[in-house]
Design a protein around this ligand. Structure first.
Ligand SMILES: [Fe+2]
Length: 287
């Protein structure tokens, strides 16, 4: 908690995702959390406006990129981690339960044996409690399954990047109905976040501006405990599971789930045909 990293947020209005550059206050080292690659899915066109904004920011501030962190395999946007890595270096890291996600979606997308299900597309697979350095800062990863099996919250100094566990207090919590998701596990994972120090800064992966309010992405553990509409004020596990499962049954499938999963389970690389052409699949009546 003594270290207070500088946190710069980048909001993507297409997917309501917030990406972050997290900088060590004592050096030029930084990490990128949950970057976004732009896609016009109807046209099959991929571009990099958002990633370029992050790259420009890092270059203009003369920062050294050490890590590209994925809090999980996102189902609503495509990661730009390999693109940014190609320009600035750094290691791509995700939770070690990525192998479970790769096994599940390897089947969904009818992948052949050339698609490795061992997480080897990533530079580092974090286990629960693993630590890593960003310059002089020690960061640690907490396994927080429920939304997906491989979700992790990353704690860096007095800041925690919660991925898709909690949303802002008026947004509640993430859905738990994807394959491998589980509302009870999500509740347990959220309790791990709420057990962090009260004044820890929490940074969201998504915000949808409920009720038309402006987009926000930062809150604290104390505020979430007091005000979160799904888990605040000591909501019981049983009540949360009932609410979450009923609510998830009403939610539409994310627009970009098919391209997102195919790309993100490969650490952000677009799959290729045997002759090397980038190509995405649409499995019919499977999701
Ligand atoms: Fe997600």
């Amino acid at each position: 908690m003594e270290v207070k990293p500088d946190v710069k947020a980048f909001f993507d209005p297409q997917t309501n995702t917030i990406s972050y550059v997290v900088k060590d206050p004592a050096s030029d080292a930084c990490a990128v959390v949950d970057s976004v690659m732009d896609i016009d899915y109807a046209a099959g066109r991929i571009t990099y406006e958002h990633a370029d904004e992050i790259i420009d920011y890092i270059q203009q501030n003369n920062l050294r990129l050490e890590w590209l962190i994925e809090t999980h395999v996102h189902a609503d946007h495509l990661s730009a981690a390999p693109y940014i890595q190609g320009k600035l270096g750094g290691k791509i890291g995700i939770g070690d339960q990525i192998t479970v996600v790769q096994e599940t979606f390897g089947k969904v997308f009818n992948e052949g044996t050339e698609f490795q299900r061992d997480g080897s597309q990533f530079d580092r697979l974090f286990k629960d409690g693993d630590t890593y350095q960003i310059g002089g800062m020690t960061a640690f990863a907490i396994h927080t399954p429920g939304h997906t099996p491989a979700c992790m919250v990353h704690v860096i100094g007095d800041a925690a990047f919660v991925g898709d566990t909690l949303f802002m207090p008026d947004g509640g919590s993430a859905r738990a109905d994807f394959p491998g998701g589980d509302a009870g596990q999500l509740y347990d994972s959220i309790q791990k976040v709420l057990a962090l120090p009260d004044d820890m800064r929490l940074f969201m992966c998504h915000d949808y501006g409920p009720g038309g309010r402006e987009i926000l992405w930062e809150t604290t553990v104390a505020t979430e405990k007091a005000e979160n509409i799904h888990v605040g004020k000591g909501t019981s596990r049983e009540d949360f599971i009932k609410f979450r499962e009923e609510r998830d049954a009403t939610l539409a499938v994310p627009k970009l789930i098919l391209p997102s999963l195919q790309v993100n389970m490969r650490a952000g690389d677009v799959p290729k045909t045997e002759d090397g052409k980038p190509m995405l699949k649409v499995p019919v009546n499977v999701i």
